[in-house]
Design a protein around this ligand. Sequence first.
Ligand SMILES: [Zn+2]
Length: 308
Amino acid sequence: MPAYGGGWLDRAGARRVDADWLAERLTDPASVVLPLWRDRCLVDGDGPVRLTGERASAVRAAAGETVFLGVDGDAAVFAVDLSALGERAAVAAASATGTVDLRALAGRLDPAGAAVQAYARGLLLWHRQQRYCGACGAAAVAGGGGHVRTCAGAECGRLLFPRIEPAVIVLVEAPGPPGRCLLARHAGAAEGAWSTLAGFVEVGESLEDAVRRELAEEAGVTVTDVTYQGSQAWPFPAGLMVGFRAVAASEQIRVDGVELLEARWFTRAELRERIASGRPLGRVDSIDHLLLEDWLGADSPARPSAVS
Ligand SMILES: [Zn+2]
């Protein structure tokens, strides 16, 4: 299963509009509060801080936005945003030892912990970026447990919901034997880092349309047989990665030289050789890694633990 998803928390959507229930949960000593600071986890030692009781009340008093994430067993789970504070003040308010980017904790956090932190990070970022109505410019006021903002403009009153920006990510197979897949070196990527191709879905496109267009634009490759493989929550900052496999109509490649610097076909033997020499297939927390692992098949060597 890809990192950052998995439905670990009961999101309890119906409770978001139950103001009395939310107010009671906020003073319930069993409720858990996760503090974040400017997209970063507040950590105590190795793991993210989870506050309850008086420490939860204290951090809420210091926080900007408080959002309701859901219910974990009997405990309501909230996230609070300490971004208005300086880093040192945020660390102190959260009884933490420091701040860490969530992706730097990849592979060390349990899947549920990583998913809940990603959810909190994405939702709190949306609040910081949606303080005003885009239509009339009036302030937008948070409600619904932090899952909606309402424009306060007298003649507007628009409801604003958290934004998700979908992107497709594609493992393209060669049209004939031997079995090969298309990988590319992306502009700005680390030296020697090859990965599958990806791009944002544009207005008026289906996901499959986006796959065909991205491959044609960036690599000059026409693809057929576009099939869904799986998806990954990617709130860095607001993405949803949708994974596909597709088959190229020909082996010809013509990279755009802007987004892609180079692309070529790799056999399974070549990829296994890269893994054996300590060069992992993408970051361990990304769906890119899973698409490649799936393609390599069940007989592939053990997943490397390093992160490129
Ligand atoms: Zn408005």
